[in-house]
Design a protein around this ligand. Structure first.
Ligand code: AQP
Length: 331
């Protein structure tokens, strides 16, 4: 049995990038392989300036959207990270395994700390240390595979390094996991700036398709997407990042090959129209189901409560074993 774990941060409204890069595979593939866990990783949302009420609202919304997208609590375990103390317990142990140099090399830390400093905000210590918490999220469940978008590759690599180092120093405790990525759309780019990732915590929303955007808003955003200076439709990440992003989105939505799709279009306008239609069709059932589920918050609470109970039971033996292995006296 392969154990699968992945998470999503309630730092903003979920985007098409989250959906194509991660959520859709969780629903279509990963939850059907026994032993999969998916988490709303709310502790990670506290690493940047936050509004408590908004984090609570977004956590509930993320859980509701994951169910709306098709996660089935009978097949997988869905829970909120902060409901399972083992994550924070293990995070400290992994902070004692990592070095500060390793954490300072993380690209997300460099980018987000620079952004915070530019806007005059202080940088929370947790922004530096959260990859140790992410490693704890993964290692607590003896995870084999972590299905994520490309942007998380470096954090999963660090998790692997920490697992190997801990096992070598203190005895075999953790499974060494590996990241898996979708075949296309592993990095959906911002429609207004196709050289940067479509990110849910970015301020400007014009290049970001949110899962709960109305159909006409989605169409407008896609039709206004920045394209490239050339005229023909070509698949080339370096030279044609805008068009290539649209082709990848279209390929992910339709199950086609992006290079093959490129040969079928003579103009950017026709491509954009079809991309808009494809995205609207993919998101329509998610929005409809979200509206139904959001009307029943007691059901969501129940799913999350049961999920946390199950997750706790799975994580505790591993975290207890790590505490003993590193030299802490059993309670
Ligand atoms: N643009 C993307 N393309 C493909 N996959 C993506 N993911 C995120 N953005 C894209 C994948 O979605 C999963 C959950 O992401 P997250 O919540 O860990 O992070 P985020 O959406 O990137 O949000 P942040 O970090 O709060 O803000 P930004 O985006 O501003 O950095 C992950 O598997 C991720 O790879």
């Amino acid at each position: 049995m392969k154990r699968i774990f992945s998470g999503i941060k309630p730092t903003g409204h979920l985007t098409l990038g989250n959906y194509l890069g991660a959520m859709r595979r969780w629903v279509e593939v990963d939850q059907h392989r026994s032993g999969s866990l998916f988490s709303v990783v709310d502790l990670h949302a506290l690493t940047i300036e936050h509004d408590p009420a908004r984090v609570r609202r977004l956590s509930r919304q993320a859980a509701t959207l994951l169910l709306a997208a098709g996660l089935d609590p009978e097949l997988c375990t869905l829970f909120v990270q902060s409901h399972v103390d083992e994550h924070a317990r293990l995070s400290y142990i992994l902070e004692c395994t990592a070095t500060d140099g390793e954490l300072r090399r993380m690209i997300q830390y460099k980018e987000k700390s620079a952004r915070a400093r530019e806007s005059g905000q202080s940088v929370r210590l947790s922004l530096l240390t959260y990859p140790a918490l992410m490693a704890a999220d993964i290692l607590a469940y003896r995870t084999d595979e972590v299905p994520v978008g490309e942007d998380q590759t470096q954090h999963v690599e660090l998790t692997r390094d920490l697992a190997v180092r801990f096992n070598q120093r203190y005895g075999h405790t953790f499974t060494v996991p590996r990241a898996t990525h979708p075949p296309v759309a592993a990095r959906v780019m911002d429609l207004q700036d196709p050289t940067s990732k479509m990110g849910k915590s970015h301020e400007a929303g014009a290049g970001i398709v949110y899962l709960l955007d109305e159909a006409d808003v989605v169409r407008k955003k896609v039709m206004r997407a920045v394209t490239d200076s050339g005229r023909d439709v070509a698949y080339d990440r370096e030279e044609r990042p805008g068009v290539t992003n649209l082709l990848e989105i279209m390929a992910a939505c339709t199950g086609r090959d992006p290079r093959e799709l490129a040969g079928e279009y003579g103009s950017y306008g026709a491509l954009k129209k079809d991309v808009a239609d494809a995205v609207v069709e993919v998101l329509r059932p998610v929005r409809v189901r979200h509206a139904e589920l959001a009307a029943d918050p007691a059901y969501i609470d129940e799913v999350l409560r049961k999920g946390a109970d199950r997750a706790r039971g799975m994580a505790r033996p591993t975290v207890d074993a790590a505490y003993r292995a590193i030299g802490l006296l059993p309670a």
